[in-house]
Design a protein around this ligand. Sequence first.
Ligand SMILES: Cc1ncc(COP(=O)(O)O)c(C=O)c1O
Length: 380
Amino acid sequence: MKLFDVYPLNNITITSAKGARVWDDKGQMYLDMYGGHAVISIGHTHPHWVERIEEQLEKIAFYSNSVVIPQQKELADLLGRVSGKENYQLFLCNSGAEANENALKLASFHTGRRKIIAFKKAFHGRTSLAVAATDNPAIVAPVNQTDAVIFLPFNDVDALRAVFNAQGKDIAAVIVEGIQGVGGINVASDEFLQTIRELCDANGSVYIADSIQCGYGRSGKFYSHDFAGVNADIYSMAKGMGNGFPIGAISIAPHLHPKHGMLGTTFGGNQLACVAALAVLEVIEKEGLIANAEKVGTHLINALKEMPELKNVRGRGLMIGFDLPDSHKELRKVLLNDHFIFTGEAKPNVIRLLPSLGLTETEADEFLSAVRKEILVPVG
Ligand SMILES: Cc1ncc(COP(=O)(O)O)c(C=O)c1O
């Protein structure tokens, strides 16, 4: 049987990892400024995370949501405290798309409505409603096409007001990333998020904060949406939540009420996944990783802004993007092949940095000197 060939691959086999470093099967070490697509929050194979998972594995890995799973309650308590939303409610699932799918479904159940507002360049996942709210026709299959989603320009307060004025009472939800990731690192303005809050309140709609890539401390706050000083009704999360162990969730405001059978999953919230997520939060707290993301991120952003060849350096904390000039559009490949540094990309010419929240300034400097070296070399 062969693999279904949907991923363009780098011909690299990673066999071990530690912190912000990975090693391939030939023993070559790499600096991971990509974090396996923003998944590595506390660092690869963090000893506390390994120990917690191993310990749990010896006891029980999985039982379904037909019995009490105390680890779920522990996780809800700790997540509530670390995220500063102690009165919210937790629903656990397995991935980012599934988190958004449940968030959108819950908003529709709650309001009895079927219209969703999403934004240009948004990415919310690949399941049916999540992909319908994603601004990329190439990944929307005919069966996913729907008139339920209205796409508006990102950060455009007037466009938002105009749609709410015309059909506010049809809008079930507004779904928005605090910092667009796949779309190229575009930061939502405070005014934009405050207006979403105001219009959702005025019309009884649900504000969904997609925190799957920008959440979990990456921005220097637990949820990057919280820079705007207003709460969302639902926060969706995954990626950094398990540091590589598959787990997703939605954190739900108290006024949204559950009903038995309304949402559900077989695997979501299993003992092993909960313990992996607990270990992540314990390390985030103990090692002050949110403050570190803010500190090392600011150091990176300031240094990148001093390189005039790099355009539009942007982001928050350790979620950073910059545009490459045509003369250096191969920089990402060069960093990987010549400097052994993984970075992310966004089409057409953006480098995206999404490293572990424990990245040190020394590691950041290693990346910066590689970039400096390459952009100072005349091309051609
Ligand atoms: C903002 C955002 N939402 C949702 C998703 C989907 O997450 P998953 O791939 O875990 O389904 C992603 C994945 O990149 C994402 O960046």
